[in-house]
Design a protein around this ligand. Sequence first.
Ligand SMILES: [Zn+2]
Length: 415
Amino acid sequence: MLTIDVTIVNVTELHVGGSVIDKMTSAMADNVVSKIYAPVYRGPSASCDGYVYEIVPVIPSSSIKGVLRTFLEDHVRMSSRSITLLEVLKKVIDVAERDLRDDEVAKDRVARDIVDRVLYRVLTQFLDESLAKHIYSIKSFSDLKAFIEAAAGTSIEGVAERLGLDRTGVGNYAAKVIVDTLKSFQLYKDVCYTVVEGLACELPLPLYKLVLLRAISEALNEEIEYPCRVCKYLGLPGYASRISITNAWPKNVDKAAILARTHIAIDRITGTVAQGKTFDVEYVAPGTEFEFFIVYRMHTKNLRTSLDEAKNRVKEFLDQDSQSRSEDSLREIGLHDYDIEILKVLKKFVNELKNGGIQIGGRKTWSYGIVKLWNTFKVCLFDLAELRPPREPTPREGEPKPLWELRRVFGCEDC
Ligand SMILES: [Zn+2]
């Protein structure tokens, strides 16, 4: 088991969610911090166990995991083969006709699921919903087949007709966008597409996805791994992940100030301040230290060195300032390629944190949510079978109890 102890500091404001005005503010900034009621250490005079419940701002693990997922997806995509959605759809028709033979009910169900869970959701990323919904004119397998034939033949009129789009004006344009989308949208063999429900890994596997996977596999003439490589590392519902990220807790609650700023709503018609339309936005002031742990279930059984030596090599590999450690130095000590691949992504992640900082919580507003590595990170490698003595015996003033517990379990000797 490998743990990386990371402390980050926010360079820009982190917006706090969980209040009633969330809906108003979510349009302008992503709320990346949650407020949690948690025990904070205040010393023996405060209560019998020294803890007092207080409001603590927390960066949820999902926000950080989202960033890591993007890094991993980019990394895997670089070496993955891809194919256009249109090519896959053409193959879907062949696969369904061959494997489902004369089971018309199953074929129709596959066609409707592909329309609803794949095509509609892909199209709404490029087209207005009122135009994208015309895809629902496809109601059966034979409709789908005729539509794909028209799109593959690049018959804009044929596509417009199949979808019941007005062929004179906007409808024709919409049909062109639909054909262009199908021809340019890439599906990657080793990375699923989490934004589109029908293209994301899912267990148990529904019939239409099985047909889609077969279609991709046959179109590329290659076996497909399922779940995809990214989901194998980061998990999906029903499939345990090999990498876990903990919530990021403030090291000292007293230094994590939640501030509020009042915003004024402007009347869009008159351009003046709308009467009574003010709202507060809460945020964590820049400069707050948060600590979290990346936990990776790395195989340590086949190591040819001691855990300590392996730990040092991994740490030096992760740290870009140390040029001496290459991938080969990890292979030498018996690390599997599978582990090295993920270590490469983690290296990119920590170095990005160190150099440019990363933005958590989406990219709706560019200057919010930027966090950077604080000082350095710590690496710990231990055997799960070995029971480690608990570390961090004494909590510190202002330290949330959940962080103290994480440090006890995942913390490193050189803390
Ligand atoms: Zn996946």
